[in-house]
Design a protein. Structure first.
Length: 443
């Protein structure tokens, strides 16, 4: 029974391992996994947590504080006695105190600090979303690169099939005396080059898969594969139909996290100025406390410890007003520095907007070019396919040389490769346009 149980467990583990190896990752799964496991994103999440704690600290600064203290003092030598004379005595005293204070007015520093920390938290959250968007775009780019390399590898392997068939055909012709050995050798050399091209294409695919798995923080690319989307008829749909870069930019301004982050930071700089100005105002605080002590002198009788604590017990309450008069121009310079920071925040916001607009312009015109390139590639593929079929018929009837046949075949296969590249480039650029408009990055 024990051996049977172990065998069952091993079978289950093998099945689980095989299912893991055959799992295909969609673009959405890749993006979600990368966002969850990326180290930079985790660091940004920790920054949000720190900003939450900072906001909590600012809110709690309105609360009263509470502190207690215990003191023990010993005195030796001449000292003043109760009879108002001096003598050599040893005295000791034990004191207990409990005090609290609460700010009543701080020149509006506390409410402005709370608002600033709240804006900083919102900006950090927006920065977190920007980091997630960045990793999604990198994942999508790597995903498309795999698709492209896989298609190129398939084209290269189809070329091997065509060249292999021609080698077999020429070998039969050589045996029958219908073809020369030189012609067969030339075709074998072409087949060897095709195999080399396919090997390089396979290596490029493996490297592209490695790049994506590293973005996903996976330990190894072994067993990793992706879903190949159905893009038939995709060129008929366009994410930029009727749009302009300015229209896309207008949409992006209201939704992109990098813009929101800079807007929040600029708004926060206003409160930084108010915090600096708070040092010009007087501050008012309320304080209160409890005190008691125990006192002994050598050579004199003293009341018991508990009796003295009760007899010496006192309370106090007070208002403390602090009026700033001159602090060596520190407040003035802090205000000026805060205003400079505000100007820099404004410049940073404008720079972020310009960067976003340039990105959208680039993606928009790349999308237009990709659409045009795909249509041209489809026409070129049809032309080279027709030419290859005619050349193949001529070659089989002995009316064309092997060199002409290979040249026509290479043109046809190159047109296939160009169309694959154009399709996936169009797919990627259209997805980016939709992404800048606030849609999910997927295809």
């Amino acid at each position: 029974m024990k051996k049977v149980s172990i065998l069952v467990i091993l079978v289950v583990l093998v099945r689980l391992d095989l299912s893991a190896e055959t799992k295909q990752w969609s673009l959405r799964e890749c993006c979600d996994y990368a966002v969850e496991h990326n180290i930079s994103i985790k660091q940004q999440e920790n920054q949000c947590r720190k900003d939450e704690l900072q906001l909590s600290t600012a809110k709690n600064s309105r609360l009263p504080d509470l502190s207690g203290s215990v003191g023990q003092n010993f005195s030796f030598g001449r000292g003043l006695t109760a009879a108002n004379t001096y003598s050599n005595t040893n005295t000791s005293s034990t004191s207990f105190s409990l005090g609290t204070s609460v700010p009543l007015f701080t020149g509006f520093e506390i409410p402005n600090q709370i608002k600033l920390d709240q804006l900083n938290l919102e900006a950090a959250t927006a920065d977190l979303e920007k980091a997630k968007d960045d990793i999604r775009m990198k994942v999508a780019e790597a995903y498309v690169q795999i698709l492209y390399d896989m298609e190129i590898a398939e084209v290269a392997h189809r070329q091997i099939e065509i060249d292999s068939a021609q080698v077999e055909r020429l070998q039969a012709f050589v045996k029958n005396g219908k073809a020369a050995e030189a012609e067969l050798s030339q075709q074998k050399a072409t087949l060897a080059n095709s195999r080399l091209t396919a090997t390089q294409a396979d290596n490029n695919t493996r490297l592209a898969i490695l790049t994506l798995t590293q973005l996903l923080e996976l330990p190894t690319p072994d067993g990793f594969s992706i879903v190949r989307p159905d893009i038939s008829g995709f060129s008929e749909l366009s994410a930029i139909s009727g749009l302009t870069p300015d229209a896309i930019y207008a949409e992006a301004l209201g939704i992109k996290p990098e813009i929101l982050s800079q807007q929040l930071k600029l708004k926060g700089s206003e409160h930084s100025i108010k915090i600096a100005k708070a040092a010009n105002y007087p501050t008012l605080s309320l304080s209160g406390g409890l005190n008691t002590n125990y006192y002994t002198t050598s050579g004199f009788d003293s009341d018991a410890f508990g009796t003295q604590l009760r007899n010496n017990f006192s309370q106090y309450i007070g208002l403390n007003l602090n009026v700033p008069i001159f602090n060596r121009f520190r407040t003035r310079n802090n205000i000026r520095s805060a205003r400079i920071d505000q100007e820099n925040r404004q410049l940073q916001l404008e720079n972020t907007k310009k960067t976003l607009y340039k990105e959208i312009q680039q993606v928009y015109y790349n999308a237009l070019n990709a659409q045009t390139k795909e249509k041209s590639s489809e026409e070129a593929l049809q032309s080279t396919k027709d030419a290859f079929q005619l050349m193949q018929a001529k070659y089989e009837n002995g009316k064309a040389t092997i060199t002409e046949f290979n040249e026509s075949k290479n043109n046809y296969l190159k047109s296939e490769s160009d169309l694959v590249q154009a399709r996936y480039e169009n797919l990627y650029q259209q997805a980016l346009i939709a992404f800048y408009r606030g849609h999910e990055l997927t295809f």
